[in-house]
Design a protein around this ligand. Structure first.
Ligand code: CAA
Length: 258
């Protein structure tokens, strides 16, 4: 773990903790930081020993957005050809479950990054919002779509048009966040959720993630088709045989990932 890295990686058995590490810029998501994050995420995705990934931020922010200083003078063609925002799609494409442990500001691209994760937990002092309107732009990494699905069209519209933020408690009430905890126990709470997921069959976890994502990203008809395909597919796995046999024999299952 190098202190100069833009993303710090700590491996704890089956859990990888990735910490956004530009605290002096409130973890503003510069192209270099995003590239580093993608590199770590894809390495974790390819590593069979890792089951769950946690993303958090160093200092008082999760991430205060895309790096405004890196795009202040950009032209549309610069934005297009650099793929500066388009390549964030690789974050959402990770197959393993990703938990966002939001420790402070999650604004603009920071809120969008959290919403690319599968589970969001927050510390009591976290704030969520899409303040791009204050910069004369709009969210560009999924905010108009994912926040709207999370909060409903009217509250999301209000936040996106006014640039206002919401507290962790309000995010909890809306279901954007599934737990709010004191800052000092945020990572332990994320670890607890990750540990539970890590005891499950990784195949079932991966296919469940894909099917749940479909509910938010496609029509019900397409989502149901993917769910049924994945459900059938798992009957080809040793883990399904083991999971059901263990239930019948009243013992804990021993999942192999096959
Ligand atoms: N980009 C670049 N630098 C940023 C940044 C960002 N998004 N957010 C904060 N910083 C920098 C500040 O410039 C400052 O740097 P200096 O010390 O060099 O001046 C440092 O981080 C600390 O920030 P502040 O002094 O502003 O801290 P604060 O406590 O007074 O305010 C804040 C905190 C309310 C979060 C404020 O920093 C802020 O409003 N940040 C910008 C939030 C924003 O507009 N995000 C959207 C970005 S656009 C986007 O994300 C597009 C997209 O959809 C992909």
């Amino acid at each position: 773990m190098s202190e100069e890295s833009l993303v710090l990686s700590t491996i704890e058995g089956p859990i990888a903790i990735l910490t956004l590490n530009r605290p002096q810029a409130l973890n503003a998501l510069s192209p270099a930081l995003i590239d580093d994050l993608i590199r770590h995420l894809e390495a974790c995705d390819a590593d069979d020993t890792i089951r769950v990934i946690i993303i958090t931020g160093a200092g008082r922010a999760f991430a205060a957005g895309a790096d405004i200083k890196a795009m202040a003078n950009a032209t549309p063609i610069d934005m297009l050809t650099s793929g500066m925002i388009a390549r964030w799609a690789r974050i959402a494409a990770v197959r393993k479950p990703v938990i966002a442990a939001v420790n402070g500001y999650a604004l603009g691209g920071g809120c969008e990054l959290a919403m690319m994760c599968d589970i969001i937990i927050a510390s009591e002092n976290a704030q969520f919002g899409q303040p791009e309107i204050n910069l004369g732009i709009i969210p560009g990494a999924g905010g108009t779509q994912r926040l709207t699905r999370a909060l409903g069209p009217y509250r999301a519209m209000e936040l996106i048009l006014t640039g206002a933020t919401i507290s962790a408690q309000e995010a909890l009430a809306h279901g954007l966040v599934c737990r709010v905890c004191p800052p000092e126990s945020l990572l332990d709470e994320a670890r607890r959720i990750a540990q539970t997921i890590a005891t499950k069959s990784p195949l079932a976890v991966q296919l469940a993630k894909e099917a749940v994502r479909m509910a938010a990203e496609t029509t019900v008809r397409e989502g149901l088709a993917i769910e049924l395909r994945n459900f059938y597919l798992l009957f080809a796995s040793a883990d399904q045989k083991e999971g059901m046999q263990a239930f019948i024999e009243k013992r804990a299952p021993n999942f192999s990932g096959r």
